[in-house]
Structures are given as C-alpha cells and as structure tokens.
Design a protein around this ligand. Structure first.
Ligand SMILES: NC(=O)c1ccc[n+]([C@@H]2O[C@H](COP(=O)([O-])OP(=O)(O)OC[C@H]3O[C@@H](n4cnc5c(N)ncnc54)[C@H](O)[C@@H]3O)[C@@H](O)[C@H]2O)c1
Length: 322
C-alpha cells in the first residue's frame, strides 16, 4: 500500500513523510518545490516534481506507484498574501485539491486526508474551540481550507472514500534541526528574526481582553502533528468505508504572546523584552483547541511541551541562519 503525500517537501509535509516512513509505510511525494526543498526528504523516498494542478501527472503517479491513499498537504498558506491574491489561493488550494480528488476518485483511491487549519474558525467567540464551533473564516486562505473540507466530504460520500480533515492550530518546532520551519510567518520564527538582529520582538497589541492583554494561541509541535497523520492513516487503512472525520490538532493549552516570549527568552538566553505596536486587523484575542475528539477517535494526544517546540525551532533557526 503506497500513500501519495502532496507537499511532502514542505515544513509539515517533510515531518509527515518521515513519520510515515518510520511507521513502515510506502510513500511517494508530489511537490512543485515552490516553497519545498528536496533535501528535506529521507533517502529512498521518491519525489515527483510537479503541480497538483497537473492532472496527467497525477494520473501517472497514482498508477505507477499503485497509490491507495492520499495525504493532501500541498497548499499556499499565507493569510495576508491570500487577501492580496485571492485568485491564486483559490486556484492552488481549491482547484489543486479538486484535481487531486478527481484523479484519486477515478483511480479508485479509497482513503483521503486533507491538511486543514484553525483559520476555518475565524474569530471564534468561545474559550475552547471544538469541531462543532461555527466556522467563519476571515481570509481567502481560511475560505479555501473550509471549501476544501466540504469538497473532500462530498467526494468521499459520492465515491466511497474514507476521509479525514485535520485542522492544525499553531504549528512550531522541528523534529531535527534540518527540518526547521524556513518561513518567518509565525510568532516563534518572527521573534527569532528580531532577536537575531538585536531588535526587540514586536507585540501586535497588548490591550486584548486576555489576562496579560496579548493574544492567546494553541501551539503544537510539528512532530506531534506528524504522528496525528500516522494515527489517521491507521484509521483510514482499518476502516476506509466508515471514516468521515474533521479533527482539531492542538494541545488544548492557551499560551499568550508574552508567555511565549518568556519561554523564548529562557531557551535562547536572549533578551525578549518587547516593543508593543498596534493590533493587526483580523487577529482574534484567543484561539485554543479542544483536542478531545481526536483523542477519542484516533487515540492521539500531543507529547511535546512548549519548551520542546522552542528549543527545537531555535536549533533549526541556527542551522539555517549561521
Ligand atoms: N504551518 C502552519 O502553521 C499551518 C497551520 C495550519 C495549516 N497548515 C497547512 O499545512 C500544510 C503545509 O503547510 P507548511 O507549513 O508545511 O507549508 P510549506 O509551504 O512549507 O509546504 C507546502 C508544500 O506544498 C508545496 N506546494 C505548494 N503548492 C503546490 C502545488 N500546487 N503543487 C505541488 N506542491 C505544492 C510546496 O512546495 C511545499 O513543499 C498547508 O496545507 C497549510 O495550509 C499549516
């Protein structure tokens, strides 16, 4: 049984590839290398360089590798960029997914997993976000993820495919220093960039209705995200017919920006005294997952702590920037 992993050369995809290989599974990666790096892949994992929009290529890969399940991780993921380039985001994330689903359905693939995001919830008005919390995405990026979930569910029902959508919360850390996040779009690498330049980290607003006034998020180690995929794959292999799941992946623990800065200061030994600037539009005060459903359905729980995330991310940052 071979699993096709789209976006497998990216930050999260490479961790999923590694976890799948360690779990003894056959994988093939399709990646256009727009943000991915082939050096992230373990030796022996086949990489097909190309786009999810290329139907003929997908047909060939699915057939040649006798693919029986798909982990669709490839996507564009920058919220701000999606506001400026909605057509590109809809093409890559919705049309790209539609093409992969069509090829998979026609090839008789019966197991499909989608990388979704907490961005589907928008500004949730609850302390703990469950999968039943209403979805109200605030950006074209979040919309493409929610539409993707609907598309996957509809195709799963119509074509007898077991489906799982995993809504990742704030992903950080690295399993090894070489697999660190190359982007500077999330809080942890943004702080690293500032302290490395000798500048104070920026805090976007400290007048939110939270205990210390800064935004609260749920951070999850990328290695935990990867093991959640393996747990979902086991479920899809055991019960493709009966599986239609949408699951949060988080730790269920809220961490404020100031709390994260304190951890980063402790781990790196650097000064993380911050400069407070104005709020960014569209930043919710608090987004924290309930991870109860994924524990119940897949027996998965997060293992890694905030310190693990920050220290492994810092090791990755240093490999990349020294
Ligand atoms: N990083 C996060 O915090 C986070 C949070 C929630 C959801 N997600 C989702 O997780 C997934 C992976 O994110 P990441 O952080 O690893 O990003 P990434 O940019 O590192 O990885 C995306 C990968 O997909 C590839 N890719 C992009 N468009 C493609 C296309 N059309 N055809 C083939 N390959 C393509 C890229 O080259 C890259 O290797 C995305 O679907 C993203 O929306 C990420």
């Amino acid at each position: 049984m071979t699993w096709l992993i789209t976006g497998g050369a990216g930050f999260i995809g490479a961790h999923v590839v590694r976890a799948m290989v360690e779990d003894g599974r056959g994988v093939v990666v399709l990646d256009d290398l727009s943000t991915g790096d082939p050096a992230r892949l373990p030796d022996g994992v086949p990489l097909v360089e190309g786009s999810t929009l290329d139907r003929a290529l997908l047909d060939r890969v699915l057939k040649e590798h006798q693919v029986s399940g798909v982990l669709h991780i490839a996507a564009k993921k920058q919220v701000g960029e999606s506001v400026e380039q909605p057509l590109r985001y809809y093409r890559e994330n919705v049309e790209g997914l539609r093409v992969v689903l069509e090829a998979a359905a026609e090839a008789g693939v019966r197991r499909f997993l989608l990388s979704s995001s907490a961005a589907v919830y928008g500004m949730p008005d609850v302390d703990i976000v469950t999968e039943a919390t209403p979805c109200a995405p605030m950006s074209p990026y979040g919309e493409t993820k929610l539409i993707g979930e609907w598309l996957v569910r509809g195709v799963g029902r119509a074509h007898g495919m077991g489906t799982v959508a995993l809504r990742y919360f704030n992903v950080a850390g690295a399993a090894t220093a070489e697999l660190g996040d190359p982007g500077v779009f999330n809080l942890v690498p943004m702080v690293f960039e500032r302290i490395d330049e000798g500048l104070p980290p920026l805090v976007f607003g400290d007048d939110y209705p939270t205990p210390d006034g800064t935004c609260i998020r749920d951070y999850i180690h990328v290695a935990d995200v990867a093991t959640a995929h393996v747990a979902a794959v086991r479920r899809l292999e055991a019960d493709p017919d009966g599986t239609e799941l949408v699951l949060n992946i988080g730790r269920g623990a809220g961490v404020s920006v100031r709390e994260m800065l304190a951890v980063i200061g402790r781990v790196t030994g650097r000064d993380t005294a911050a400069e407070v600037v104005s709020r960014r539009p569209g930043d919710p005060a608090r987004v924290v997952a309930s991870a109860d459903l994924i524990t119940r359905e897949l027996g998965w729980t997060a293992e890694f702590s905030l310190e693990d995330m920050v220290s492994s991310a810092w090791a990755g940052w240093q490999v990349r920037h020294r």
